[in-house]
Design a protein around this ligand. Structure first.
Ligand code: AMP
Length: 222
């Protein structure tokens, strides 16, 4: 039996950074629904355009489509020994689909909340920049690159800002999170499944807590 590590938390809480560390160190894939949707930028279909418009408004892509994509991605061979979900589930309906999927795949779900107070989040998001080559995540306020706006590992790569990390969309994304995803956190908490880590510290310190949360969760599953 393998594990599905579900990283939860508001947009900007640092789920992507932790998912990347877990992927590198546990050798199981990070599956980010946001990354899957952003990759549609190169597709010209009307469905792709529709999804990109929803994202730019800071709203949620419909549950059926999102769940279908997760189902297909997690059926790939590299996810056989478990995987890390980053940004899914985000609604109670998606959580229901995940439970079904986990049962079919014979995996256990370990939800971990990266907890960050609301006032940190806006700066985390509006300051965020990514390397277009290796996807390394920077922040102009909290983790600037060594040289202005270029990746430390790819000096030819100018950092990019996500289309939905502007002030207006960030506000909608935070309120969407409160309305749609917060109830899910309460649900995992009430079920006694949720582990919470303090997400206000440096990535490595948060990672240590995520690792401890995982070992506690595994013990209670055995
Ligand atoms: P993220 O990179 O996780 O912040 O996601 C960026 C955007 O992609 C979100 O604001 C949504 O528009 C869309 N998205 C990502 N994951 C989901 C999901 N599980 N359900 C619905 N929409 C999603």
């Amino acid at each position: 039996m393998a594990n599905i590590i579900v990283l939860m938390g508001a947009p900007g809480a640092g789920k992507g950074t932790q998912a990347r560390l877990l992927q590198e160190r546990l050798h199981i894939p990070q599956i980010s629904t946001g990354d899957i949707f952003r990759a549609l930028k190169t597709s010209q279909t009307s469905l792709a355009q529709e999804v990109l418009e929803i994202m730019e408004r800071g709203q949620l892509v419909p549950d059926d489509l999102t769940t279908q994509l997760v189902r297909e991605r997690t059926a790939q061979d590299d996810a056989r020994n478990g995987y890390i979900l980053d940004g899914f589930p985000r609604t109670p309906a998606q959580a229901g689909s995940l439970e079904k999927l986990a049962a079919e795949q014979g995996h256990s779900i370990i939800p971990i909340l990266i907890d960050v107070p609301q006032d940190f989040l806006e700066k985390r998001m509006t300051g965020r920049r990514n390397c277009p080559v290796c996807n390394e995540i920077y922040n102009i306020y909290f983790k600037p690159p060594q040289n202005d706006n270029v990746c430390d590992f790819h000096p030819d790569a100018q950092l990019v800002q996500r289309a939905d990390d502007n002030v207006e969309t960030v506000k909608t994304r935070l309120s969407t999170y409160e309305k749609k995803t917060q109830p899910l956190i309460e649900y995992y908490k009430a079920a006694g499944l949720l582990r919470t880590v303090d997400g206000t510290r440096a990535p490595e310190a948060i990672y240590e807590d995520v690792k401890s949360a995982l070992s506690v969760a595994k013990m209670s599953l055995q």
